[in-house]
Every structure is written in structure tokens, then in C-alpha cells.
Design a protein around this ligand. Sequence first.
Ligand code: SF4
Ligand code: SF4
Length: 337
Amino acid sequence: MIYRTLIKKTLPRFLDTVSKNYRLIVPEQKGRETYTFRPYSGFSNVATEFLRTVIPPKQFFLPPKEGLFHISGTSDIEVGTEEEPFSIIFGLHSCDLHGIDILDKAFSYGGRDSFYWRRREKTGFIGLSCLPDKYCLCKSMHTDFIVDIYDLFLYTLDEVYLVSVRTALGDDMLRLCPDLFREPTEKEIAEYKDRIEERESMFTRIMDITNLADLLTLEYKSDVWEQYSHRCLFCGSCVMVCPTCQCFDIYDSTDLLTDITVRWRRWDACMRKDYALVTGGHNFRGARPERFRFRYLHKEIGFAEMHGKATCTGCGRCSETCPAGIDMVEVVRSIRE
Ligand code: SF4
Ligand code: SF4
């Protein structure tokens, strides 16, 4: 690992250069307080102070809807294999890097998902440090530090970015404009250490996850699930915005004029009523409390049993997005109490 310094005012030149060599995706402001990842269209549109996009970066590897293959009337099958350009996503915070790490594990379990990996393998990451807001939970979830899947990571200091270069791809990007990068000074390293401490003290939202898996299992029949299920609209928004929720539905549609059938996969949400509905009309989680509880149990226990870590990265999207004002910290506190 090597470290370099990039003067802040030269970031536009760096991103311009990167965008000429790769498809560059950047955070942009979308509404008054909302952000989205979009293809780079000039530095003036890049949001460097944003905290979270509404839709997480999973959209680039697992699109909301995609055709897996199509069958023509003569029964020729064509699998979707269109070539993806190599992309760099700029501006990923540590929670979203952890989210991608979790998706990597999920889409490798029991065999690699070729549709996911064909995009994921052609994507590099430039991470960016951030400061927490009232929704951020990453400190509680131990995802407030970066996970080793980035190529470059930019720590924001006063006048410069301290750049961590982790991979050969990161080094390639630096070599596109070598005159912009230099060795960090002792003063910059000291400032970096101060910033870490300062950031630590800024977290106001804490979720106690001590023995949480045990607690959720022991409180399987708690009234809390029933209470929250009356408030929940089961709209599925919390699932759609979650960087690690990865469930999808598979369905076919046939165009009667062209006689072409497409097999689609699209995001699905365990909160939705027909999620666990099977042929014959039986619904494995038809009751509202069952659906509400399932999401918590799967996020905190189910995935951890397979991969050794919970799937909540503490990004805060679900709490910020929920139209019923349901907050995971509050739910866990209610269970604990
Ligand atoms: S976003 Fe809120 S209301 Fe909608 S399903 Fe999730 S918890 Fe329920
Ligand atoms: S459960 Fe909520 S806070 Fe946790 S990763 Fe998903 S959206 Fe973010």
C-alpha cells in the first residue's frame, strides 16, 4: 500500500483524465437533499460533500431489472452477454464498500452468478471519506473503516486529499497524471490522524448490537413485531434502498407479435406480501408480523450464519427513506427492552 497527496483543487483535472480512460460514475445532486450515481458529465456536477445516494451502488452489478435470456419462436436461446465497458465508481464511502463486499460473497455462494460478476469484475472503486449524519450507524456495525476492495481511497483533509493506493488499477489511475500526486508531508499525516479522532467523536447514533443475534432469536415471539407491523406500510422501500438486500424475482414475458419470450430478473422485497407466495396459493409469510420480523432476522442472523457477518452496513438509507418513520435503532431497542 502506498500513500500520496492530491491537492483538492486538482481533483477536477484528475477526474477529467480518468473519465477519458474509463467510464466514470460519480455522485450528483438530484433533488434538494438527494443524490444519485450518474455517468460523469463534468466536474461541476460532482457532489463531493454528499453522504448517501438514494439507490446504492448495487444497481451497477444487479440492475433493478434485466433480461437474462430470450427465446425466439424457433426456440433459439440467446443469453444476455452484452459487453460492459470498464467502469470506475468515484465517491464510495466505507459503508457502501462493505455493502459491495457483502454482495460479492452473496453472489459467489454456491457458484458465481455470471450476470453479477461480469459487471463487477469490470468495475474499479475510488472511495471517499465522509462525516456521519443523524442516520449513520456504521460505527455500531463496525463498517466505519474501509474494507479492502477499493482501488483508491481519498481521505479529505483541509487543502488536500490523502490518497491510499491499494491496487495496480489504482496505481494506473495515478499514472494518468503523475504530476498531481506527491508524497504526504508529516503535517498532512498529523492532520489525517486528527481527522480520524474528530470523526469518531461525531457519531451520535449508536445501536447496541451486543448478542443481537441471540436476542432476536429468543424474542422470536415478541409483541414488538406485531406492534411495528401495524405501522409498516410494507412498501418495500427499505429493501430497495438497502445496499446489501439482493433478493430478486424471476419471471417470463412473451411478446405475442414477435413471439419472443424474455426471462427477466428484477429486484424483489421480502416485505412485500406476495414475496413468499408459491404455486397453489400458500404464502409462507402471509402475516404482517412474520414479514416484518423476517427482514430483521435475515439481516442480522441469516447471512451471518453463512458468511460470518451481518448484512447491515449502517448506511442509514432505510431509516431516512421509510415513509412510516420506522427506524432500525428504535426497533432493536424495543426488542432489547
Ligand atoms: S420502508 Fe418502512 S413502511 Fe416501507 S416496508 Fe420498510 S419499514 Fe415498512
Ligand atoms: S438495513 Fe438499513 S442501515 Fe442497514 S445496510 Fe440496509 S439500508 Fe443501510
